[in-house]
Ligand binder design. Sequence first.
Ligand code: FES
Ligand SMILES: [Fe+2]
Length: 381
Amino acid sequence: MTQATAPLTAADLAATRRPLAEAVTLPAAAYVSESVFALEQRGIFARSWLCAGREADIPKAGDWFLREIAGESVVVTRGADGAIHAWHNVCRHRGSRLLEEARGSGLKRVLCPYHSWSYELDGRLQQAPGMADDPRCRDLRLAPVRVAARDGFLYLNLDSDAVALETALADLPDFSRFRMGDLVCGRRIEYDVAANWKLLCENYSECYHCPNAHPQLHRISDLFARADRVNRSGQCFNGGPMLMREGVQTMSMSGRSNLPQIPGLPADDHRHVYYYVIYPNFLLSPHPDYVLTHTAWPLAPDRTRVICEWLFTAEAVAQPGFDPSDVIDFWDVTNRQDWKLCERTQLGAGSRGFKPGPYTPVEDCVHVFDSWYAGRMATLV
Ligand code: FES
Ligand SMILES: [Fe+2]
């Protein structure tokens, strides 16, 4: 049996869930197996609240964007009533895909290109040619997808039986002081990474690699100088702070900030950057003057699309000559360094020579993430 077809066993998952000092990393199957990928898609991605964008991505009635979740195309749109709606991108007649562009605006109704059935933006059937009096069409609507907003982020859930978003995120630490609902996206970069989505989450969860891999980042924050390091975890998240070096203002190429700070932050927040994984695939990084987000969208066992956004204060974005390149360049360089590491690890995970290894003490958050994953998968295998 090759690594690519080996099953994920209960014993493998239990070995990862042992205490940090005794645990080993996930087995190769978690990174390379098509059947594990299919199980994750069905058992995790099709059943979790997933951060899919920002309310401000669709500010006006008729704005919309598509998001693909667990192989399903979902349309998120703002209706004439100002409310946000999400529905499966599937016609209720014979199933044609309705919208194809990744995003757009000015949509008045949704017209199926096949036989011209049309829908309101909230998904209700408007017209079906030749079927005006047919009672079977009276209550037809596009299959809804659950959508909810928090801190300006829009979350989707394909599972109609899932608990409410507020319940799912009940133990997430309070980030309200970062005023994320008011922040504005100043830049989005999408990356295609030839690595499993979990390798990206694991890599994000430790800075053990930083002295070697990130010379720019290491100049700004030193993993081993984190005497005050306190990581936290709960049912929906894990993460913690990282201390910036003396005199550093933010994570940027220069280590300086030329942007307005997020107003009202306590002094302690001006010395730290926070790194949180919100399960399964949302990486949230508040800084003193901006919030960085990554969402990792699995495309295949060895392919992930990463959407990276930088959120700034409205005041910063409105400044004449607003130029965030110091922070964009910093994270773009760092991202690419990280993707390269993840891609190398993906190659290793596919090898016969791969065996789960031990976690170091500074990989405690990787262990917490893997243990969360192993716990979820243990209910599915
Ligand atoms: S499939 Fe959409 S109108 Fe026929
Ligand atoms: Fe990194």
